[in-house]
Design a protein around this ligand. Structure first.
Ligand code: ADP
Length: 432
């Protein structure tokens, strides 16, 4: 079906989570492609890891299961040897799912009797000990996640949380075992399976623990976890002689063309990044959600501002506002309506900028990135070097490649926008 030497097939339950995992795999030496949803056909770009980005985290359970199975089928056709179900490092889910039901369905489809479940990501402060998930120093249910609007996490004990979502018996791979290395983990899992356990929450408090778990799962058909559990997987493929050691997995083609920054994120980090851009005297146009709601021609106004300037350098178009301003707008328009209005406007501006010759986009905001990528009809991304933790430079796969940096809310240093555009220049210069 493809020339791709695909080894690892990943199914991610959201867009920026998929990018985070892809970034991790590239850093481990695997050439990685991220697709937006399940593609219709084969892939032409060779890669050892493929990450299918779904939007299934909060979808109805049946839909999440069906989409995940469709992704699995597509990945199987590519010849992948191992599969990875990626969810959030805060185990975002409800008693109805979707982590348990999707894991069950994937195990059944793969005929896999056992899978590990480990959301730990110590680099970002997510650790699991005795089955309890910590966010920094706090238990999950005291970390703020208990107030999440869609997936409130009110129990830190993941064995209990997962057991409520699945009929498969859930067990625990304890820290005492993980600490003793891969052989000890494998002994313990045989015992767990003997007791009828099919899904095991794994303790992990350091990267070393994740490497240990990765090594122990080298021959598992399915792993489930956050992006951290993937740390050890590239090494397994290297050991098996399937992946060249120290390969340059970060290679992406250089992209020439005009550059723009679009920001629909109101997270604290993004606010500082927008302020930094403006303070350095670079051109910026602010979108007013209330003007959008009035039906003003905001997209035209943004383009009238940006178009003459783009030839001289990158332009920022942003809706980023302070929490007070966002609160006031949401009160007038409603949260969903104001969010959608801004997303649609930025998506339309992305399209118009593309028509005007923009080929390099820096986008701030998870939802915003989804809207922009759809508007630009991007179906797949080749993952390049890391810009900041969790955010790689990417290049779209297709007739007209676009350089894209898709940043979710709180990621990135204060100079993220100009740093990214500088990296795009470097990549284009290095690969004329
Ligand atoms: P983040 O990754 O920071 O959460 P997202 O793009 O996922 O960013 O979400 C931000 C949401 O806020 C989007 O739906 C966006 O359209 C909306 N938004 C952006 N600016 C404003 C604003 N000024 N007022 C109200 N909503 C806004």
């Amino acid at each position: 079906m493809t020339s791709s030497p695909a080894l690892l097939g990943c199914i991610a339950d959201d867009f920026t989570g998929a990018t985070d995992l892809a970034n991790m795999l590239v850093r481990g030496g695997m050439r990685t492609i991220q697709t937006i949803g399940v593609p219709n056909g084969p892939l032409d770009t060779p890669a050892e890891a493929i990450v299918v980005a779904l939007k299934s985290r909060t979808a109805p359970r049946e839909q999440a299961v069906a989409e995940s199975l469709a992704a699995l089928e597509w990945l199987q056709k590519l010849g992948c040897k191992q599969f990875y179900f990626k969810y959030c490092s805060t185990f975002d889910s409800t008693d109805a799912g979707n982590i348990g039901p999707v894991a069950d369905a994937l195990m059944k489809a793969l005929n896999a009797p056992f899978a590990i479940a480990c959301p730990a990501f110590p680099e970002n402060g997510r650790t699991v000990y005795r089955g309890n998930l910590f966010v920094g120093d706090l238990l999950l249910n005291e970390s703020g996640m208990q107030n999440h609007p869609l997936t409130p996490m009110t129990d830190a004990n993941l064995v209990r949380v997962l057991q409520r979502q699945t009929r498969t018996k859930v067990g625990l791979l304890r820290y005492d075992t993980v600490q003793r290395g891969a052989a000890a983990v494998n002994e313990a899992r045989v015992a767990l399976q003997h007791d009828g356990v099919g899904l095991a929450i794994a303790d992990a408090i350091s990267d070393q623990d994740l490497y240990t778990l990765g090594e122990a799962c080298a021959n598992d058909l399915l792993l489930t976890g956050g992006s951290g559990l993937a740390l050890g997987l590239p090494r397994n493929f290297e050991r098996a002689g399937l992946l060249p050691a120290a390969q340059d997995s970060e290679q992406v083609p250089g992209v020439h063309g005009l550059s723009a920054v679009l920001s629909g994120s109101c997270s604290r980090a993004t606010q500082a990044q927008v302020a930094n851009w403006r303070d350095s005297g670079r051109p910026a146009f602010r979108i007013d959600p209330l003007a959008l709601a009035r039906g003003d021609k905001v997209v035209d106004a943004a383009m009238a501002f940006a178009q003459p300037l783009l030839a001289q350098g990158p332009v920022l178009v942003y809706a980023t506002s302070s929490p007070e301003e966002v609160g006031a707008v949401q009160q007038q328009l409603g949260t969903a309506t104001s969010g959608e209005l801004v997303e649609q406007a930025l998506a339309a501006i992305a399209q118009r900028m593309h028509d005007a010759g923009v080929r390099r986009f820096v986008v701030a905001g998870g939802e915003t990135s989804g809207a922009v990528v759809n508007a630009l009809d991007v179906k797949a991304l080749q993952i390049g070097p890391q810009i900041d933790p969790g955010v790689p430079a990417t290049v779209s796969i297709g007739a007209t490649p676009l350089a894209l940096a898709l940043k979710s809310g709180n990621f990135g240093t204060v100079d993220f926008f100009s740093k990214t555009l500088g990296l795009f220049d470097q990549l284009a210069g290095a690969r004329q």
